[in-house]
Design a protein around this ligand. Structure first.
Ligand SMILES: *Cc1c(COP(=O)(O)O)cnc(C)c1O
Length: 513
C-alpha cells in the first residue's frame, strides 16, 4: 500500500472488497479505475501523445505501475551488485517516482535494462510520444528520435562525434555564424575546426551566405568537411538559415547536415524549414532543447532524424547509462498537456509574438527608434537603439543594467563593436551575428509560455527606462531614480546579464587551454 493503493486492485482484490463494502459500490470503483487503465492502454498501444491531457491521478497511477516493475522496488529483492538502485533519501526517491535505475545500458542509451523493465518502458514511451509531438509540430516525415539527458550543446557534440566515424578524413565544420557560445563550443569540444561563414545583410535581416558556404565546401574539399551545421531559432536580426538551399547543397556534395533547432519546435516556421529541407535535400539530424520547447527544467535535448539507422548510431555512441529525469519530466508534461494543450500553447505564443511586435513598434516610434524588419524570424524581435546611442555613448549598456535591475529578464541589449574570443576564434561585433551590423539594438522574444502580462510589463518598464534617458538629456540631472541597486550592478555585469543572455558567464580569455 506504500506506493499506491489502487495499484494493487486486480479483479481478485475487487471481489474480496465486496465482502467489506457493498458490491455495487465496488463495481463503480472498479469501473472508475478502468477509465484510467483505458487511457494507459491507448498510450501503450499507439505510442502517441493523447489528444486530451491526463489528470494527475492517471499519470501517478501509470508512473507507480512502472516503478513497481523495477528491481529496486521488488518486495523480495536482495541486491549484491554495485548499482542496485538504492536511494538514501525518501525525498529523492519520491522526486523520481521511485524510478532509480536511469535509462540505457553501458553500450547504448536506448537499450533495455534487465533490472529495470519499468524505466526501460518509460524511456521507450517517452521517445515515442516525443516523436509524435515533433510530427504534430510540423516535421511530419521525422522517422526516429531520442531524449538525451544533456542540453543542446553537448547533444550537438554527440552528433559530430558520431559523424567522425563515418568521415575519418574530415576536420572542418562549416557553420553560418550565430553568436551563441554553446553551439560554437559543441564543434570545438568534438575536436573539429569551425569554419565561420559570415551572414549577409538583406534589408535589416542577416541571412545565410549560400555562395560562401558552397565556396568553402569546394575549397576545403567535401571529404575534409565533417558537416554543415546550420541553425533555425536565433536572435533577430539574424533569421533562420536557408535550410532548403543548404540541404540541397549538402546532397549535391554528399556532405552531412546537422541542424541546431534549439528552440525551434515551438515555431511552425522553423519546423517547416526542417521538413522542407529533408524533403528536397539532406538533413542528417536536428537537435532541440527540452526546456526551451516544453517548459521543463534545463538538462535535456532531443536528437531526431530521418534515417533510423543514423539516429540509432548516435544513441549507441553514448557511453554508459544516463539519467531518466529529463525523459520523465517531458513525458509527464506532454501527458498533462496532451496534443491539444501543446497546440494551444503554440497558438498563444504566436499571438503574443504579434502583440509584442505591435507594442515594440509603437514604443520604438515614440522614442525615435524602429522595430527592425525581420519577418523571417518567427520568435525573436529587435528594436533599434541608434538614436539612444547618438544621445549618449554609454546609454546602450546602461539600458541593459537598468532593465536587469527592473527585473526584465531575457531582454538583451546588443551594443556595436563588442569583440570576443571564444575557444580561440575572435568574433568581431560579437552578439550581433555580424562584424558590421549597422545599429545597436534590443532583443525580445515571444517564447512558449509567455503571457500578455509579460509583454505588457516589459514594454511599460522599457518605456520608463527610455524616457528617463530623454529627461536626462533635457535637464542634465542624470537618469530617473538612479537607485542604489542600479549603480551596484557594474557595466560589466550588465553586459553579462542583459546582453549575452543564453551564452553568459565566462569571459573567454581561455583560448590558451
Ligand atoms: C540554447 C541554445 C543552444 C544550446 O544551449 P544549451 O545550454 O546547450 O541547451 C545552442 N544554440 C542556440 C541558438 C541556442 O539558443
Amino acid at each position: 500500500m506504500r506506493t499506491n493503493g489502487a495499484a494493487t486492485m486486480n479483479s481478485e482484490n475487487f471481489s474480496l472488497s465486496e465482502r467489506l463494502v457493498s458490491a455495487s459500490y465496488v463495481r463503480q470503483g472498479s469501473q472508475a479505475r478502468r477509465g484510467h487503465e483505458q487511457l494507459i492502454r491507448l498510450l501503450l498501444e499507439q505510442g502517441k501523445c493523447p489528444e486530451e491531457g491526463w489528470s494527475e491521478s492517471t499519470i501517478e497511477l501509470f508512473l507507480n505501475e512502472l516503478a513497481l516493475m523495477d528491481s529496486n522496488n521488488f518486495l523480495g529483492n536482495c541486491g549484491v551488485g554495485e548499482r542496485e538502485g538504492r536511494v538514501a533519501s525518501g525525498l529523492v526517491a519520491r522526486r523520481h517516482y521511485r524510478l532509480i535505475h536511469g535509462i540505457g545500458r553501458s553500450g547504448d542509451i536506448a537499450a533495455v535494462q534487465p533490472k529495470a523493465a519499468g524505466s526501460s518502458l518509460l524511456n521507450k514511451i517517452t521517445n515515442s510520444v516525443v516523436l509524435d509531438i515533433l510530427k504534430v509540430a510540423g516535421v511530419r516525415s521525422v522517422s526516429s528520435c531520442f531524449v538525451l539527458p544533456m542540453a543542446t550543446g553537448m547533444s550537438l557534440t554527440l552528433c559530430f562525434l558520431t559523424l567522425r566515424h563515418r568521415r575519418p578524413k574530415a576536420k572542418y565544420i562549416i557553420w553560418p555564424r550565430i553568436d551563441q557560445k554553446s553551439c560554437f563550443k559543441a564543434m570545438v569540444t568534438a575536436g573539429f575546426e569551425p569554419v565561420v561563414v559570415e551572414n549577409v545583410l538583406e534589408g535589416d535581416e542577416l541571412r545565410t551566405d549560400l555562395q560562401a558556404v558552397e565556396s568553402r565546401i569546394q575549397e576545403l574539399g567535401p571529404d575534409s568537411v565533417l558537416c554543415v551545421h546550420s541553425t533555425t531559432s536565433c536572435f533577430a536580426p539574424r533569421v533562420p538559415d536557408r535550410l532548403e538551399e543548404l540541404a540541397l547543397m549538402c546532397a549535391k556534395y554528399d556532405v552531412p547536415h546537422i541542424v541546431n533547432n534549439a528552440y525551434g519546435v515551438q515555431s511552425s516556421k522553423c519546423m517547416h524549414l526542417i521538413q522542407q529541407g529533408a524533403r528536397v535535400g539532406r538533413i542528417d539530424a536536428f537537435v532541440q532543447s527540452l526546456d526551451k520547447n516544453f517548459m521543463v527544467p534545463v538538462g535535456g535535448a532531443i536528437i531526431a532524424g530521418f534515417d533510423e539507422a543514423f539516429v540509432q548510431e548516435i544513441s549507441r555512441m553514448y557511453p554508459g547509462r544516463a539519467s531518466a529525469s529529463p525523459s520523465l519530466d517531458v513525458l509527464i508534461t506532454l501527458l498533462t498537456l496532451g496534443t491539444g494543450g501543446y497546440r494551444r500553447l503554440l497558438k498563444e505564443r504566436k499571438e503574443m509574438y504579434t502583440f509584442l511586435a505591435e507594442e515594440l513598434k509603437t514604443l520604438a516610434a515614440a522614442h525615435g527608434e524602429r522595430l527592425l524588419h525581420t519577418p523571417h524570424n518567427p520568435i525573436s524581435l529587435a528594436m533599434s537603439l541608434g538614436s539612444l546611442e547618438k544621445q549618449n555613448q554609454k546609454a546602450v549598456t546602461q539600458l541593459g543594467s537598468m532593465l536587469f535591475t527592473r527585473q526584465v529578464s531575457g531582454a538583451r541589449v546588443v551594443p556595436l563593436g563588442t569583440e570576443q574570443t571564444v575557444s580561440g576564434h575572435t568574433f568581431r561585433g560579437f552578439m550581433s551575428h555580424s562584424a558590421h551590423y549597422p545599429c545597436p539594438y534590443l532583443n525580445a522574444a515571444s517564447a512558449v509560455g509567455i503571457t500578455r502580462d509579460d509583454v505588457a510589463l516589459c514594454v511599460k518598464r522599457l518605456d520608463k527606462c527610455l524616457r528617463s534617458f530623454g529627461r536626462e538629456k533635457r535637464d542634465q540631472s542624470g537618469p530617473e531614480e538612479p537607485s542604489i541597486t542600479e549603480s551596484s550592478v557594474t557595466e560589466a555585469d550588465a553586459t553579462e546579464l542583459n546582453t549575452t543572455e543564453p551564452c553568459a558567464a565566462d569571459t573567454e580569455g581561455d583560448s590558451s587551454h
